[in-house]
Design a protein around this ligand. Structure first.
Ligand code: ATP
Length: 296
């Protein structure tokens, strides 16, 4: 009987583990408002490279049949460079990152990685190359250690500690009575927006992906935390092909190219200084935000 019981017990364990991860994955997709609806082709190419260039070629996109969200969006992110997207709410900025992660396929045009259409790539290998620091990080109902180590399941404890240090969240974790073992998520300790983003940054540092997507939080963080997160972003984006969806222009000033979007169209593009000189939309947004910062 014991011989029978042991495997059953093990199966029970496996079942609970799988259920736990599926529930978490489902929750993550639900919270992100996404569904896993794209499929690999039969001969999907496995992406395996450290140097990635990205090209959005005349991309049109609609979530729903009669409402087009993106119109002929065309830009390139050369390997190791940073492109930042700014623009009013609903302009389609986050949609670009969802398409790059291939939550959805484009309606017209294409997105290529090192010249290969995203639709030809094996999804798992594509996603393994991308680190996302989302606007609102979803934490798993588990401890902080698990939430960071998720970026690299076979990471050693030392690597997790190093990642936490690089993301400047180690001291905070150490200050908690249960340290890395502190439960977070819905049933655990509620972390602030800045702390959650740091967990996501640590996770990404551990994953060490060649592509980075940073979706800046819309909700205001206090200005010290905001500056610290921006500095950490600068560190982790160095030498990675990076797409930043920004709400604060101070985040994008160093980008290699800034795209200004309005209703799904790129209406201005260039470097920070060029756009200020142009004296149009970006310059106006900059003026407005300078005013805000003075008030704060
Ligand atoms: P914000 O700065 O407020 O985050 P954004 O520029 O990132 O805005 P997106 O999130 O890309 O905007 O959304 C662009 C448009 O697409 C919006 O009008 C939004 O309502 C719509 N949209 C976003 N997600 C979906 C979805 N899952 N289904 C249908 N429409 C959607």
């Amino acid at each position: 009987l014991l011989q029978l019981y042991a495997p059953l017990n093990f199966l029970g364990f496996v079942y609970r583990e799988i259920k736990h991860s599926l529930a978490d994955m489902e929750k993550m997709f639900t919270l992100m408002g996404q569904s896993a609806e794209v499929k690999d082709t039969d001969k999907a190419i496995v992406l395996a490279t450290n140097s990635v260039s990205i090209h959005f070629k005349q991309v049109d996109f609609s979530y729903e049949a009669n409402r087009q969200i993106l119109h002929h969006v065309d830009f390139e992110i050369p390997a190791g460079k940073t492109v930042a997207v700014v623009g009013s709410s609903g302009a389609g900025k986050s949609t670009l990152s969802r398409l790059l992660y291939r939550f959805y396929d484009v309606s017209q045009g294409c997105i290529t990685i090192n010249g290969v259409d995203l639709r030809q790539l094996n999804q798992v290998s594509l996603r393994a190359h991308i680190g996302i620091v989302p606007q609102d990080t979803v934490l798993f109902n588990d401890n902080i250690y698990y939430n960071i180590a998720y970026g690299k399941p076979d990471a050693t404890r030392d690597e997790v500690i190093q990642a936490a240090k690089s993301a400047h969240i180690y001291e905070f974790i150490q200050s908690l009575p249960e340290g890395f073992e502190t439960l977070v998520g819905e049933r655990g300790l509620k972390l602030s927006g800045g702390e959650k983003q740091r967990v996501a940054i640590a996770r990404t540092i551990l994953k060490n992906p060649p592509i980075l997507i940073f979706d800046e939080a819309t909700s205001a963080l206090d200005s010290r935390t905001e500056k610290a997160i921006q500095a950490e972003l600068k560190e982790i984006s160095a030498n990675r092909t990076t797409l930043i969806v920004a709400h604060r222009l101070s985040t994008v000033a160093d980008a290699d190219e800034i795209l200004v979007m309005e209703q799904g169209l790129i209406i201005e593009r260039g470097r920070h200084r060029d756009l200020l000189e142009l004296g149009a939309n970006y310059a106006r947004m900059w003026q407005l935000q300078q005013g805000d910062e003075e008030i704060v």
